[in-house]
Design a protein around this ligand. Structure first.
Ligand code: CTP
Ligand code: MG
Length: 232
């Protein structure tokens, strides 16, 4: 049994409106990407595959992997235009029989959550971190009129890491090959749609936010400060 963590950092961060892609932006003196790589470096995974925009491989190797001594990063793969394409390139470079897919934009993932996801990937073959939805969610039509209000007690907000048997996830991607890849917003979805396995939800963490817009960096600073003062 072995685990590859696939850390995705090949997006352009368009909603951050910054010239520097968000994965390289500084947060308390370190690039955003540093934090999730550090969490996986210190976890029991066997290797890390880092996926960066095509052309950034040298930069990522020198300025992030070597600079911070992340020696579990065994390969740096080039991403593609869509997240699903970047995941596929990462899976191809992974050498283990199990994979954990993680968005580097979720910089505050903890070692405890990584371990929970590794256990769940083994036990259930396909598992996604998730937290119970706190807000009321409505479905609306294209004119903005509400069409329904799903029962909140059935709704979960999906996070990464998501853990899979590697071959099961690859099969899922093959079976959904005809689907426009921008419609694939997480990896659990391809396993759901393939029908090859059920996907188990595992309790995530409300602090495991995705850095998407500029105010998320402020929230991130607060999460890091809080960790420093609480010693965790
Ligand atoms: N990602 C990727 N390859 C892509 C698109 C996204 O590896 N073609 C990664 C991002 O780097 C990020 C994660 O997938 O860590 C989640 O995506 P998101 O938060 O949407 O990041 P971006 O796509 O970079 O941002 P935006 O959608 O605002 O452009
Ligand atoms: Mg995106």
């Amino acid at each position: 049994m072995s685990f590859s963590a696939i850390v995705l950092a090949a997006g352009s961060g368009s909603r951050m409106h910054s010239a520097l892609p968000k994965q390289y932006m500084p947060l308390e003196g370190k690039p955003v990407l540093y934090y999730s790589l550090k969490a996986f470096q210190e976890s029991p995974v066997d290797e890390i595959v880092l996926v960066v925009p095509s052309g950034d491989e040298e930069y990522a190797l020198k300025e992030i992997v070597c600079r911070f001594g992340f020696d579990k990063v065994h390969s740096i793969a080039a991403g593609q235009d869509t997240r699903a394409g970047s995941v596929l390139n990462g899976i191809k470079a992974a050498k283990s029989d199990h994979v954990l897919i993680h968005d580097s934009a979720r910089a505050f993932v903890t070692g405890e959550l990584i371990k929970r996801m590794m256990d769940a990937a083994v036990a259930f073959k396909a598992a996604a971190a998730a937290v119970p939805e706190k807000n009321t969610i409505k479905v609306a039509d294209s004119d903005g009129y509400v069409t329904s209000t799903p029962d909140r007690s059935t709704l979960w907000e999906i996070q990464t890491p998501q853990g899979f048997e590697k071959d099961l996830l690859l099969e899922g991607y093959e079976k959904t090959g005809g689907m426009p890849s921008e419609k694939i917003t997480d990896d659990a979805m391809v396993v759901e749609l393939s029908g090859c396995s059920k996907v188990k939800l595992v309790m995530g963490e409300y602090t495991n936010i995705k850095i998407t817009t500029p105010e998320d960096l402020e929230i991130g600073r607060m999460i890091l400060k809080n960790r420093l003062t609480s010693g965790s």
